[in-house]
Design a protein around this ligand. Sequence first.
Ligand SMILES: CC(C)(COP(=O)(O)OP(=O)(O)OC[C@H]1O[C@@H](n2cnc3c(N)ncnc32)[C@H](O)[C@@H]1OP(=O)(O)O)[C@@H](O)C(=O)NCCC(=O)NCCS
Length: 136
Amino acid sequence: MVQIEQIFPSLTWRIRHEAMYPELPFDSVKLASDFDGIHFGLYLDHKLTGVVSLFYEGTVYQFRKLAILPGAQKIGLGSQLMTYILDFCKIQKATKLWCNARVNAKEFYFKFGFHETNKTFFKDGYDFVIMEKELS
Ligand SMILES: CC(C)(COP(=O)(O)OP(=O)(O)OC[C@H]1O[C@@H](n2cnc3c(N)ncnc32)[C@H](O)[C@@H]1OP(=O)(O)O)[C@@H](O)C(=O)NCCC(=O)NCCS
């Protein structure tokens, strides 16, 4: 059973750390802006299994740190969280949603209609590309 709900910022940290940066210190997954964000948790059979965080400036939204625990990846949970935040952004009348995508996760975002920009960078051992999707 899957449930998605808004969660307190600090609940994202363990999932981010285990799914995205297990090799880095725990504190490295905390964002300075975390307490300004809107965070969602995906509960699989009542256990917190995935998270994503939304930040916005005006009508432009960014999602950060989409993460599904390693043992639960590739069974559709990331897609459920992505669909949820796309619906949320539309309800908020967002005009655009963007992210710093890990290059190896690009195909995942293509499935949801994101396109690549020409902005790329390298950080914490990963190549990133900015991807975005117009919502209106
Ligand atoms: C990337 C991530 C959020 C995707 O969530 P998920 O639950 O594993 O993905 P889903 O099962 O919903 O969707 C998988 C689909 O995307 C595709 N895909 C492409 N690249 C992928 C990738 N790097 N990881 C997972 N799926 C990927 C799969 O082939 C699959 O396609 P299909 O449905 O046509 O078979 C998750 O794997 C994760 O947390 N990875 C580690 C952290 C990370 O890279 N986060 C993103 C940072 S930009």
